[in-house]
Design a protein around this ligand. Structure first.
Ligand SMILES: NC(=O)C1=CN([C@@H]2O[C@H](COP(=O)(O)OP(=O)(O)OC[C@H]3O[C@@H](n4cnc5c(N)ncnc54)[C@H](OP(=O)(O)O)[C@@H]3O)[C@@H](O)[C@H]2O)C=CC1
Ligand SMILES: N[C@@H](CCO)C(=O)O
Length: 442
């Protein structure tokens, strides 16, 4: 029986999950493929820790270079994470004629545009299903299942750690820092959890999804990015009172005349979604991706967005896809980014100031007459009309929280108004929260 030989880099949370599936589901995999997928070698800096798996038939090394250059490895699975040395290992693997599978969104977002052409030139595949949406096969759905559509929008809860934190803060009144520690202990968080809570991980995933959706280049550094670290339990409650739940969303939309993609809007921020929407029901470490196409209309994909088993499931699905065309060819697989490499275009990112939204604004103001009138008069100057305004109970500091919901305006206009408002003597300049609202989520 034909055999695909796999070399694994990294025996951490996901690496162990992948090894477990390749060992425990060996028979199922070969029955599905009519081929064998065999884990032949694995590398990690730490070979002393017992991973609870039988590695007696597998060559172990503390040097990943042994695997990426090995003659007996056909496919390298990169699960060490981060930019370097992951980029160098993957490049070396490609140069040595090996297919690559990775769950590393940081790597794909930052270096994908360098790696894909090398793979294409050598007739090799790079699989990265697990890099976005954990166990949800959303990349495959976008690349293959929706291939007949021009994509009109992508909305996603793309970070399991943040969704876990927001859910626990809302349902259990849990403290932000405690829940983050729990997410780390469960293996959801990145090695540096700032990537999760400050929205960077979501921006990396969104930039990959957007490029795949619109046939553009990956521009992760241009994604407008805000995380959840400033959200308080009181903000979650205020949003709820107004009929919304706060979710960290990645949002991507194409803009242009007559179906031409001229600019790409990409933003990541805590977002108010209607309580009755499906997106609002996505809790815990689950992710959801809503992709809308011109023929199919709305589609939605849901599942665990982080953790050993779901993520390893997506990694092994990529290995099996590549194995199914191995060794004769890979022509049956769509190109990794869903468009042939030569047809992918370098589209500018829409300036954030031009994007349009409805806004939730939370201010802390001094409890004295005329303050609310001054704030609303500035909003009126900028032609920003209010849908709701709530004055909350006075804090011990004698400051009063005010929460406002606006109708649609541009980000540039909103920011101009906010800078005048925070210049008012009665407004606490450093205690302002702006959230964006999306009613279009399913
Ligand atoms: N955890 C999750 O839920 C998900 C993770 N991912 C992605 O999967 C990848 C792996 O994540 P995860 O398993 O959680 O990470 P871990 O930190 O648990 O595992 C990484 C492993 O690689 C080892 N390693 C690091 N550098 C080297 C090196 N140069 N040579 C050999 N081994 C090395 C680490 O050793 P050491 O501990 O000594 O650093 C560690 O054992 C990341 O890109 C992550 O973003 C994607 C989806 C979900
Ligand atoms: N840290 C990431 C892992 C999955 O990509 C998350 O929490 O979503």
């Amino acid at each position: 029986m034909t055999e695909l030989r796999v070399g694994l880099l990294g025996l951490g949370t996901i690496g162990v999950g992948v090894a477990r599936i390749l060992i425990e589901q060996k028979e199922l995999i070969s029955r599905r493929l009519g081929k064998e997928v065999r884990l032949v070698a694995a590398a990690d800096r730490d070979l002393a820790t017992d991973r609870g798996l039988d590695f007696s038939d597998i060559r172990l090394s503390d040097d990943a270079n042994d695997i990426v250059t090995a003659d007996d490895v056909d496919l390298v699975v990169e699960l060490i994470g981060g930019y370097e040395p992951a980029r160098s290992f993957v490049m070396t693997a490609l140069e040595h004629g090996k297919h690559v599978v990775t769950a590393n969104k940081a790597l794909i977002a930052k270096h994908g545009e360098e790696l894909f052409p090398v793979a294409a030139e050598k007739g090799l595949q790079i699989g990265f299903e697990a890099a976005v949406g954990g166990g949800i096969p959303c990349m495959k759905a976008l690349r293959e299942g929706l291939a007949a559509n021009a994509i009109e929008s992508v909305y996603g809860i793309l970070n399991g750690t943040c969704n876990f934190i927001l859910t626990k803060m809302e349902n259990e009144g849990a403290d932000y820092a405690d829940v983050l520690k729990e997410a780390q202990a469960l293996g959801y968080a990145e090695a540096d959890p700032t990537f999760d809570v400050e929205g960077i991980d979501t921006a990396q995933k969104l930039s990959i999804l957007a490029a795949m959706a619109f046939g553009s280049k990956i521009k992760f550094e241009e994604v407008f990015t805000e995380g959840i670290s400033k959200i308080t339990a009181a903000d979650i409650e205020s949003a709820h009172e107004m009929g919304y739940r706060i979710k960290l969303l990645g949002i991507a939309k194409p803009h242009g005349a007559e179906g031409e993609v001229e600019t790409v809007e990409m933003r990541v921020h805590p977002t108010l979604v209607p309580l009755a929407s499906q997106m609002a029901q996505v809790s815990d470490s689950y992710n959801a991706v809503q992709i809308s196409g011109d023929f199919v209309e709305h589609t939605m994909y849901f599942g665990r967005g982080a953790g050993e088993r779901p993520t390893a499931s997506a990694v092994v699905a990529d290995i099996m896809d590549i194995a199914s065309g191995f060794p004769d060819g890979i022509a049956h697989l769509a190109p990794p980014m869903g468009f042939v490499q030569s047809s992918r275009r370098d589209k500018p990112t829409m300036p954030m100031a031009d994007t349009e939204c409805e806004y939730f604004i939370r201010l802390m103001v001094k409890d004295k007459p005329g303050v609310i009138a001054s704030v609303t008069s500035i909003l009126a100057d900028h032609r920003i009309s209010l849908e709701a305004l709530i004055q909350k109970e006075r804090h011990a500091s004698h400051n009063v929280p005010i929460v406002m919901l606006t109708h649609e305006t541009t980000e540039g206009n909103l920011q101009a108004a906010i800078s005048r408002i925070t210049g008012l003597e009665a407004v606490e300049e450093d205690d302002v929260l702006i959230l964006r609202k999306e009613s279009a989520v399913a």
